[in-house]
Design a protein around this ligand. Structure first.
Ligand code: DC
Length: 230
């Protein structure tokens, strides 16, 4: 059998990274890790412990002090998906809400938060055989990943997709709210001092604006086979 590899998928928010990463993991039997869910879980912890001020900014010192008390896990579900656990509690639905999306970028810009999560993520890749998606997976977490993908698509396309997902889950949001959140997060994620979203030099680009999920799956599987057989 071929040695298992690491697949790193980076890109802007709502670019479809998680869908493609999850589907590749299911097909290959690899472990899937949504690194954004880990930042979202920390943001939820901050919200629930009064560590977000009236301007939506995290109280960094308090949050850094609390980091040793934040435990994040993923629990596989019968349908093949997995749920994010925060200190033993299933927070999968909660971390996808707009109130978390609105504060997660400044939380993820705190250097010590990144340091703690990056070290957990590196440990998850010890045995390889993993597909991880995020912003800094190919650049910081797994700079030696055998396959790195950088996904992009326009903010409008991403806002439409995200809106559809949120409405399907019963959220009362408007296209304008979702687009504003995406544009704002793009800005914070790509301009922050600590590990900004950046394409790894050896990443393969994918613009999926006009691709179906099936086309995207096929393209990714081809990239996977190429990397595995290198
Ligand atoms: O992929 P997402 O939208 O669920 O990510 C939530 C936030 O977490 C996003 O605003 C940026 C941040 N993030 C990060 O800084 N680094 C990662 N590896 C993954 C996510």
């Amino acid at each position: 059998m071929k040695q298992p590899i690491i697949v790193a998928i980076d890109g802007f928010s709502s670019s479809g990274k998680s869908t493609m990463a999850r589907r590749l993991a299911a097909k290959t039997g690899y472990r899937y890790i949504d690194s954004g869910a880990m930042y979202r879980a920390v943001a939820l912890y901050a919200l629930e412990h009064g560590m977000i001020d009236d301007n939506g900014q995290p109280l960094a010192d308090a949050l850094i002090a609390a980091l040793p008390h934040i435990e994040i896990d993923f629990v596989p579900q019968a349908d093949g998906s997995q749920h994010t656990m925060l200190n033993g509690q299933d927070v999968e639905a909660e971390i996808r809400r707009l109130r978390v999306s609105n504060v997660v970028s400044p939380v993820s810009a705190i250097a010590q938060v990144r340091k703690a999560l990056v070290s957990m993520q590196k440990a998850m890749g010890n045995n390889r055989g993993i597909v991880m998606d995020g912003r800094d997976i190919g650049t910081v977490v797994f700079p030696d990943a055998e396959l790195k993908i950088f996904v992009c698509s326009s903010p409008e396309t991403r806002a439409q997709r995200r809106l559809k997902e949120m409405i399907e889950k019963g959220a009362a949001v408007t296209y304008e709210d979702v687009l504003a959140n995406i544009v704002n997060r793009d800005h914070i994620d790509s301009t922050r001092a600590e590990s900004p979203l950046r394409r790894a030099d050896d990443a393969v680009d994918l613009d999926n604006s006009n691709m179906t999920i099936a086309q995207q799956d096929e393209w990714l599987m081809q990239q996977f086979e190429n990397a595995l057989n290198k």
